[in-house]
Design a protein around this ligand. Structure first.
Ligand code: F6P
Length: 554
């Protein structure tokens, strides 16, 4: 039995769960008119309403107590101080240094990293400005019209999500493309529309060894060489972002075009680093600085706010409440802003790669549930797809709703309709519809008793389905920066409670290793016999059809 589940606070929470789990939020709201004020927090223009959760004051007191028991304040300090809290990789966790606007030093192994961080930011700014102002020229002296970021995981999802989110702040005559999939359709579909003379590639890979990215980078290089005639102009069309400068240079990229990142920045936390290059090209340095400022303000809040006023801590502890006491297996992220359409995919990596762990910091297999399955979609689209399960399914899926009070180019008719859905969905999930209400509606619709009897059970919504809502003024760079940082810190807090390392990702290694062995087996058409019967069967079916297809096309 772990210390966590044996602790007094955990046991108190288990008992309390027994008391509260049968209560309905409908009644909680009816009994306490102050519930919204009591259970909502603010950071700048971001309102975080968590009153539609199955909680009362005692729940929150005990959850904060649990955070306190786990020495949360000290862990937060350790992260910001650059201690090597990613202990399996012996690394500090300092994405916060990349947005540190305090002017203070951040020490790693006795060295202040801020001068190097700022120097790389300056280089990113310079290149981005040259491309934006059309002074960066391609091999036949044309300005760049298209930038292709080749990267995967954190070297793709963060910049992609932010580029999409801040589309209204972007230059309109400069297109940013993202290629991540090793499936050649991705790069082919992207390149077929582009002109090699006006296309600039960013090879984004922290390790510069990731197979998907390396294969795509080679294809891009060849595409360029085929058009340009040789590789003499590679430096006009390629740059790299990596902590493995040597490998980038060996690939053929001019060292002056390599932007460094550091091993204390995890891939899924790297959008604040030079991995941001496509973002800065799209939105410009001033807007990017705003993104950093927003994140920094969330960092300051996270570091200084008491646990019970701390948004990331509150988000995290609500997640613990459902995950570990209600047994919820999943959680949903539902943005109601079209520009946040990549936010759920980004959050999926951030959360699931961080907290999808089953071994604790001491190397023991945990005896409690850790990170949930995170999924999501633009809320409006989700309503017409999977919300049925959220409303009436047998599973409890706590959800986050994110919505802007206004859009940059706001057409009132659209936005009001959008917002009516935000409020209605959260209310419906919370309140549900009782048997009496459903009955009255069916009577009002003119149905006879027989029809009502048949339909009534389907019309009942139990409600009591938790949501937390983030309302913010508009999706400005600063607000987006704050939102991302709040979620990053939520993930951190949950990792501390579960006593796991949120900053490594050993679980992605095995598949990579097996793939490199299987790749060699795919070189010939001999039957493969070295695996289990399923894997052999699949490989051999592939080889058979491949051979047949070749025969047909020959
Ligand atoms: O395979 C997982 C992973 O290591 C992620 O953690 C990372 O963001 C991604 O691959 C890409 O890695 P890299 O930037 O080193 O190419």
């Amino acid at each position: 039995m772990s210390n966590l589940t044996q602790s007094n606070t955990w046991k108190t929470l288990e008992e309390h769960y027994g008391e509260i789990s049968e209560s309905h939020m409908r009644d909680m709201f009816a009994e306490d008119p102050q519930r919204f004020e009591k259970f909502s927090l603010k950071l700048n223009d971001i309102l975080f309403d968590y009153s539609k959760n199955i909680i009362d004051s005692k729940t929150m007191e005990q959850l904060y107590q649990l955070a306190n028991d786990c020495d949360m304040g000290r862990w937060i300090q350790r992260m910001f101080d650059g201690e090597p809290i990613n202990q399996t990789e012996h690394r500090a966790v300092l994405h916060t240094a990349l947005r540190n606007k305090s002017g203070e030093a951040v020490m790693v192994d006795g060295e202040d990293v801020m001068p190097a961080v700022l120097a790389v930011q300056q280089r990113v700014k310079k290149l981005a400005e040259a491309i934006r102002t059309r002074s960066w020229r391609g091999y036949y002296n044309q300005p760049i019209t298209d930038v292709v970021n080749i990267g995967i995981g954190g070297s793709n999802l963060g910049p992609l999500m932010v580029t999409e989110a801040l589309r209204p702040y972007s230059l309109h005559d400069l297109n940013i493309h993202y290629v991540s999939n090793i499936d050649e359709n991705h790069i082919n579909d992207t390149l077929e529309k582009l002109n090699p003379g006006t296309t600039f590639f960013i090879i984004a890979s922290k390790s510069f060894t990731t197979q998907d990215t390396m294969v795509n980078a080679e294809t891009a290089r060849q595409w360029h060489i085929n058009a340009a005639g040789d590789d003499r102009n590679i430096d006009k069309h390629f740059c790299a972002v990596s902590s493995n400068v040597k490998a980038a240079v060996e690939f053929g990229i001019d060292e002056n075009n390599v932007f460094q990142m550091w091993d204390w920045v995890g891939g899924r936390y790297s959008l604040w680093s030079a991995i941001s290059l496509p973002i800065v090209i799209a939105i410009g340095q001033e807007n990017f600085d705003e993104l950093l400022r927003g994140a920094y303000e969330a960092d300051v809040h996270f570091k200084n706010a008491p646990l019970n006023k701390n948004i990331p801590v509150t988000m995290a502890m609500l997640g613990i409440w459902y995950n570990n006491f209600f047994g919820a297996q999943a959680t949903a992220v539902l943005p109601y802003d079209q520009h946040l359409h990549k936010f759920p995919a980004y959050m999926q990596q951030a959360d699931m790669e961080s907290n999808g762990k089953s071994v604790d910091r001491q190397g023991q297999v945990v005896d409690y549930s850790t990170g949930p399955v995170l999924f999501g979609e633009i809320g409006i689209s989700g309503q017409h797809a999977f919300f049925q399960l959220l409303h009436q399914g047998t599973k409890l899926v706590p959800a986050d709703i994110l919505a802007p009070v206004s859009n940059i180019k706001c057409i009132a008719r659209h936005h009001r309709a959008l917002m009516s859905n935000v409020f209605a969905q959260a209310e419906a999930l919370m309140k549900g519809r009782t048997e009496e209400e459903a009955y009255a509606e069916l009577v009002a619709a003119g149905m006879d008793e027989g029809e009502i009897k048949a339909l009534l059970p389907n019309k009942i919504f139990t409600g009591n389905r938790p949501t937390s809502t983030f309302l913010f003024n508009s999706l400005s760079p600063a607000t987006l920066g704050s939102l991302i940082a709040l979620y990053e810190h939520k993930i951190f807090v949950q990792g501390i409670i579960w006593n796991i390392n949120s900053f490594d990702q050993w679980g992605v290694e095995l598949g990579k290793k097996l793939a490199s062995g299987i790749l060699q087996e795919l070189d010939d058409n001999e039957p493969t016999l070295s695996h289990d019967s399923s894997t052999n069967g699949l490989i051999n079916y592939y080889k058979e059809l491949r051979l047949k297809n070749k025969g047909e096309s020959a």
